[in-house]
Structures are given as C-alpha cells and as structure tokens.
Design a protein. Structure first.
Ligand SMILES: [Zn+2]
Length: 321
C-alpha cells in the first residue's frame, strides 16, 4: 500500500512536518511530529480519518532523531503497546535524551563556537535555541525502542523497505526505499529545498563530521536510486528526484563559489562571511545560515580551495593559490 501522508503543524520555519501511515497489515506510523497538543490533536484527527486511534499503532518508525520527527513518540507509546524503531545510530537521542542534549550544548559551548569568533549575543542565541529544542523532546523508555541497522530492511505496508544511511542534515539520517514500487520515504534527506546540515557533536574522541560534504555524497546515493515518488519529511510528495537533486547541487555549487569569492575579497572570518552571505536575513534568522556557511567552508576545504588558520583563537580562511 501507499504511505498515507498526515501533515502536522510545527511551531517554526517550515510550518509543518509529515507523518506517514500504513494501515495494513499492521498499523505503522513513520515519524511522530513535535511534542505539542496542537500536533497531537492533528495526528489523532489524521489517524481517525483512516479508522485508526493512537492506541492501535503497533510500530512507530523514526527516520532521524530530530524533535520534529519523534516529538510525540513518548506520548504514543504511553497510550499504546507500540514499539519505536530507529536506526541504532539515532537511538541514544530517543533513550538517553538529556545526556545527548547536554553533550551537544557542551560541545557547542566549549569546542564549536569559540573559534568561530561570533559575538557573545549570537553564541547565547544559538545555545538558547539548542535548549529550546532539548525541551521539546521526551525520552522513550528503552524497553520500547527497537533498533535497526543503518542499512537494514523494514517491513511496512506489506512491502520490504530498504533503510539507507544518508548523513548530512542529521548524522543519523535514514531514508527508506521500496525498490519494486519505486517509492522513497526521504525524511529530511531530500526535500523540495535542501535543509541546513545540523551539526552533531562528534564521538568523544572524534572530530566534527563535515556535514555538507556528507550531504552531497548522500545526494549522490539517492540520485542513484530508482524512484517514481518521493515522500518527504516536509511538504508534498513529488516525482522527478533527479531534477530536484540537480537544482540543489547547482544552488550549493553557486553559494560555495560566492563564499570563495568573498574570501578572495578579504572577508576571511566567519562573522564577515556570515554578514555577506546572509545579509538578506535578520541576525536571529541566521543560525541555519551559519550551518550552511560552515558547510560551504567544509566543501572548500575538501576541494583544497581554502585553508583555515587559527589566529587569536579565531578561524581565518585563506585561498590556496
Ligand atoms: Zn524535519
């Protein structure tokens, strides 16, 4: 059967998030909105339109552990016998939620933000936004969580869906591909417009993963799939994934070239580049811009087009001639 889209309200920029329902042979819900009464009511209505109540759900499958995709999972398992299925890479965010958010805050405050050289007010705004997100997710009891391998197989709607690990927007992002019917549940990996890569804390002994370069490689992986319809995490389903991917590659290549041009022009710090690249956005709207900018710089570093030097504790970027 086709996944049934249930559009749920969220409080921030993208306006809504999708959950997908399979009613046969068992009730499976892919993603579970944000933790809010408005979202819960809309989900209950969406389920009821197909003769389903929250208590009837047997499985909730989480595409990636962002709060707009698993926000109601804890409430759903409290009201049903459902288990929550998530890729093993993302499970700690569902089970050990407080520790993961504390680690992210500590990483941002101690390691990520200081060498970016942003103002204390901007850093406070970023940390505040992380705390806001942390407050909008409840943990799921460990006994109700079932993990699957990043490249495993899930049964949904009477068909076998292949899980594919596609890091970039989220390091634990998975998409689900059904090869016979050529369907892709793309979550936030492939949206009509590319989402910002959210920076995750690295493993305790590791370095930050370059999220936009990873996203580009994940785009290549999705481009190679045979797909007729994409069911995205936000917005309406669409076809022609090759055209959507081509547009995103072109946009990212263009912005990367702009970033390089600004560096050539002598704008060599993150605050300078952010000001130039995101002049069209108010300061409070520039967090997603900052993640994109770090992504363009990661691409330029990977290309060998620029090098980063720390001077006075702050990164300076220089063009490699
Ligand atoms: Zn999302």
């Amino acid at each position: 059967m086709e996944p049934i889209r249930i559009e749920l309200p969220i409080g921030w920029s993208m306006g809504s998030v999708n959950a997908y329902l399979f009613t046969e042979p068992e009730i499976v819900l892919v993603d579970a909105g944000v933790k809010s009464d408005a979202c819960w009511d809309m989900l209950a209505d969406g389920l009821a339109a197909h003769g389903v109540a929250p208590r009837d759900i047997s499985r909730i499958v989480v595409t990636h552990p962002h709060v707009d995709h698993f926000g109601l999972a804890a409430r759903l398992v409290a009201e049903s016998d459902a288990t929550v299925w998530v890729c093993e890479l993302g499970a700690p965010w569902l089970v050990d939620t407080a520790r993961m958010w504390t680690e992210r805050l500590d990483y941002y405050r101690r390691d990520l933000l200081p060498p970016l050289g942003l103002t204390p007010q901007t850093n406070d705004m970023i940390l505040w936004s992380v705390r806001e997100l942390a407050a909008s997710a409840d943990p799921v009891p460990a006994g109700r969580v079932v993990t699957f391998r990043p490249d495993g197989v899930l049964q949904m709607g009477g068909a076998a869906w292949q899980s594919i690990h596609t890091p970039g927007h989220a390091s634990a992002q998975t998409v689900f591909h059904q090869p016979e019917t050529r369907r892709l549940l793309s979550a936030d990996m492939l949206l009509a417009v590319a989402p910002a890569p959210v920076i995750d804390q690295p493993a305790p002994d590791g370095r930050r993963a370059p999220s936009l370069p990873l996203f580009m490689r994940s785009l290549d992986a999705v481009a190679a799939l045979d797909i007729d319809i994409v069911y995205p995490g936000h917005g309406r389903p669409f076809g022609d994934h090759h055209a959507v991917i081509a547009r995103q590659r072109e946009r990212i290549a263009g912005r990367k070239a702009q970033c390089l041009a600004y560096i050539c022009d002598g704008q060599v710090t993150i605050p300078e580049l952010l000001e130039s690249m995101y002049a069209h956005q108010p300061p409070e709207g520039r967090i997603a811009g900052l993640w994109m900018l770090l992504g363009y710089l990661d691409l330029l570093l990977e290309d060998g087009a620029v090098r980063a030097e720390e001077a006075g504790g702050v990164y300076h970027y220089h063009v490699i001639q």
